[in-house]
Design a protein around this ligand. Structure first.
Ligand SMILES: Nc1ncnc2c1ncn2[C@@H]1O[C@H](COP(=O)(O)OP(=O)(O)OP(=O)(O)O)[C@@H](O)[C@H]1O
Length: 269
């Protein structure tokens, strides 16, 4: 085996995503978050937790390049980001599949966005096939969205994102609309997919258990002072061996810590 060179070792430490000192407000001028810094390392799963309305989705949009923050910088793979990066992909709570396209065509749609590298027909087909197989939908390529369950539709949305071979998957409450069993299956699938595809994930969730089961690191966002904008309040490295059971002592203790912190944030100042 060849020893890594200084350059490759340095490249391995460059975060996929590096947001520094980000601040944002909507048109009314009320700041949503201030001085927020958040980075994600290669192949790392970071869960962004926080109470309802604290600004998680807005922060995810700013970090992904969908929205511009008012101040601060975002780097993606070491370069300044000015628009969504071709190696970033997004998954939301709603799968938003095109009803007139079958599964394969919906997944291929992920490759049609602007600034994607040009692929030959064979490369496109191979990517689509691989993405569909890795979410467990091989054989369903010709089904239409109306013929899919909610969980299957969300698998298609994940495949559409993976076909782009993302370095980072931005996932905004992707499993929140699913029933408990499907949600748990999808959480396991997400962890497997990260390993298979060498992707990192920034997962917005308000579900503490989901964060504990899935994440390598949990970042808590909130407003310690309700009159001020949100910021990153705390973070936890999750060193619990996988697969993780919610009933395991370490997971229960972490759940308790996070819940206490969330409750503290929601107390009136
Ligand atoms: N387009 C918009 N214009 C003005 N205000 C907005 C807009 N979108 C969101 N907000 C406000 O910004 C704040 C943060 O919203 P955001 O959706 O980012 O929070 P969140 O933490 O993701 O919430 P939730 O967990 O409930 O989805 C909320 O007060 C929300 O009402």
């Amino acid at each position: 085996m060849t020893a890594p060179t200084a350059t490759t070792a340095a490249a391995a430490t460059v975060p996929v995503l590096n947001g520094q000192a980000l601040s944002f407000s909507y048109g009314d001028g009320q700041p949503i978050f201030e001085e927020v810094s958040l980075s994600v390392r290669p192949r790392e799963i970071v869960a962004l937790l926080g109470g309802s309305g604290c600004g998680k989705s807005t922060l995810l949009r700013a970090l992904s390049g969908l929205t511009r923050s008012h101040s601060g910088t975002v780097e993606f793979l070491g370069a300044k980001q000015t628009r969504p990066h071709p190696r970033a992909a997004l998954v939301f709570q709603q799968p938003s599949l095109l009803p007139w396209r079958n599964v394969a065509a919906n997944v291929a749609f992920g490759l049609d966005f602007k600034h994607q590298p040009t692929l030959s027909k064979e490369e496109r087909q191979a990517r689509v096939r691989h993405a569909i197989a890795s979410v467990g939908l091989a054989g369903r390529e010709h089904k239409y969205p109306a013929q899919l369950s909610g969980g299957m539709a969300q698998r298609v949305a994940l495949a559409r994102a993976l076909a782009r071979e993302p370095a980072l998957l931005f996932a905004d409450e992707p499993f929140a609309a699913l029933d408990a069993i499907t949600r748990s299956e999808m959480q396991m699938l997400l962890v497997d997919l990260v390993q298979q595809w060498n992707a990192a994930v920034l997962l917005v969730t308000h579900d503490i258990d989901e964060a504990i089961v899935v994440a390598d690191r949990i970042v808590l966002m909130g407003r310690p002072d309700p009159k001020r904008a949100a910021r990153i309040v705390r973070e936890w490295q999750v060193d619990i061996p996988r697969p993780r059971e919610n009933s395991a002592d370490a997971a229960s203790a972490l759940h308790f810590n996070i819940l206490s912190e969330l409750r503290r944030l929601q107390q009136p100042a």
